[in-house]
Design a binder for this molecule. Sequence first.
Ligand code: GTQ
Length: 351
Amino acid sequence: MLNAVDNPALTQRKRYYERIAAYNLTPLWEVLHALVPPSPATPIVPAIWHYAEIRDALMESGTLITAHEAVRRVLILENPAVRGQSRITQSLYAGLQLILPGEVAPAHRHAQSALRMVLDGEGAYTAVDGERTVMRRGDFIITPSNTWHDHGNPGTEPVVWLDGLDIPLVQFLDAGFAESSDTDVQAESRPQGDALARYGHNMLPMDFTQTSADPTRVFVYPYTQTKAALLGIARSAPDPHFGHKLRYVNPATGASPMPTIGAFAQWLPSGFETVPYRSTDGTVFSCLEGSGTVEVGGKSLAFNENDVFVVPSWHTYRLQASSDTTLFSFSDRPVQQVLGLWREQKLPKPS
Ligand code: GTQ
């Protein structure tokens, strides 16, 4: 192969690059293929966090710092290929938050949207804009952009949940604002269950219309309802690529609950194997019930209850359930869809 030493043309180019560098210029032709790849070339790699392996370390964080001092006592799930960047995919952040009995994570609000999925323990609550909800295992709870939120644990057990936020996306756009409240715990301005009663039963208040800028009023999607829906559709044949899978929506609009994060739940009966599939939205999965394996990027990752794994953009994957399995997942799909960028490919069944 030619190199700059024995090729005068390359030497000449290199000198030219050095000269123009003084003006903060660089030649496109050296980077074009990396900038405009023929298909997504993500630095993100498939990875799994086994809850049983990390639970002790997470509980130990409770002896080192209080939720109050930490503001949010969270261990970030960092994609191993981009350590130090506080992200699990290019656009999304994930973490495990611990709140001990008697603790409060003080009220604040920020531009970043958040979701919570309780994995371990019960008795904690989240309050969103003046309404509390008791957090139960498998409940999908959201904190839309700029809504006030605090978390508390008046119960008797440590509670751990998975946090999913659009932190890297907001950082990329340089659009992040945040503020702390004067009071650690928000005053309760609405009774518990109010939002779900008003907006979450295929009915809406008489004078309510939703504008696209408003966050969804439903901020808790109870697992009892999710599970009932999944088992309901499981009376029909499964989809070969998804099993029995539904997406969460803002019931007033049919759009994703938050504009930047889409979320999904799926039920795979014991022994079910999905047909290979890929999409451009790198996706975070958590196993709510059951166990199985995910084949992705030439690896086979075994998952159990409470494990979290990530499937990067445009990586073909297959799920296999070794017992009746419920998976929760989230991604930046609604962002890609609104920008006209989202693609999926349903591959054929391998012979
Ligand atoms: O609960 O408000 O994991 O602001 C990261 C940032 C959780 C939260 C996180 C946050 C929160």
